[in-house]
Ligand binder design. Sequence first.
Ligand code: NDP
Length: 444
Amino acid sequence: MTYVQRVLEDLKQRNPGEKEFHQAATEILLTLEPVINAHPEYQKAALLERFTEPERTVLFRVPWVDDNGNVHVNKGYRVQFNSAIGPYKGGLRFHPSVNLSVIKFLGLEQILKNSLTGLPIGGGKGGSDFDPKGKSDREIMAFCQSFMTELFRHIGADTDVPAGDIGVGAREVGYLFGQYKRIRNEHVGVLTGRGLSYGGSLMRKEATGYGLVYMTAEAMKQRGETFEGKVTVISGSGNVAIYACEKAQELGAKVVAMYDSNGYIYDPNGIKLDVIKQIKEVERGRIKEYADRVAGATYSEGCKGIWTIPCEVALPCATQNEIDEESAKSLIANGVRYVGEGANMPSTLEAISAFQNANVIFLPAKAANAGGVATSALEMAQSSGRLFWSAEEVDAKLKTIMVNIYHNVDKAAKKYGYEGNYVMGANIAGFEKVAEAMMAHGIV
Ligand code: NDP
């Protein structure tokens, strides 16, 4: 058994039942074998054992009162995974499916993603099993205030800087920030994704979706292609999906389908994004209403069917494991050529193998969706420098970062003899810098 395999086996035994964490660790560690073989000193320093064990895990109770006076208790999490190259950085997710395994898989991914941006940010992630759907603004505020009343003691502008993720958007970040400021009596860049009136950055909202499309476009450019006229399917209709759609359409793509957690819409004439924005961003409604408002569009219950729609480009932007092997095979059979992951770990390990075996250009999440956290790091830089950059400046920096990530990942894959394998390229390129910093710090 190799060192990597032994660490993976130990990890599974010592973290029983954490299936998402096992999945992410398996994907990452197995691809690091060539780097580990080239550095025998890593094994001596138990580098992988330390890399896969969070530096700190905070679990806490979040009590709150609903509009009818009933008391609820949710679980709160913050996993401070790795601070070798900078303060912990990573979003907060509020969704009923959140558990320790989900937060740890996201945190582990985040370490490498943040490293890939080239910016000085470590990896962390947090959240709660709280479901914001159907809650009043007052209930959301009560929950966020209670959550921050514990979280505040563990975070700080130079320690750990959370942001949004599923279920945590501008409204939630505002309430969380307000409570932090009230308790600490300081107005600092302790959260990113803040509103423009209190220290946020232009383009943060758009950054993950735009960044995904910038990277996919760069992969196309290397092959003499563009988005122009390419039929595209995007899953989700949240923050990442909406802005991926916006940029893809701007570059000429024909986006024909999107979904929310109930079902998907298919619009062969091309999605009218203003209608989606009105339903999802303004009314906080359900995507099925799109089919009632736009002639020629259809709605189908359930999400999986979206992957049977023929397309050349698939951008999964909703949640983990939304594309399994069967869906991957159906996409391949229907002619998909580019898959760019906007969500974290949206493809199962089997789906990734299917794409790679079929020579589909597969851009993994930790590279392809790094634009959000990169722009968060730009927000941190603006906060500490008391600066405010224009949308054009931030967008230009975002584009440069995404293009650089693509080429670094491409080069890392080539360097170890795996040309075109961007999963290996991303893991290796992200890991090399973190490993070097961890070795420099001694056994900590
Ligand atoms: P949002 O909460 O804004 O949107 C999530 C979307 O996915 C919604 O349309 C939601 O549907 C749908 N969804 C969530 N869970 C499921 C599910 N189990 N099955 C089907 N659909 C589901 O989140 P974001 O857009 O911010 O995040 C989407 C993904 O992108 C996540 O994986 C996140 O980790 C990742 N990501 C986000 C970044 C960011 O900057 N926001 C940065 C990097 C990665 P419904 O409306 O019904 O809830």
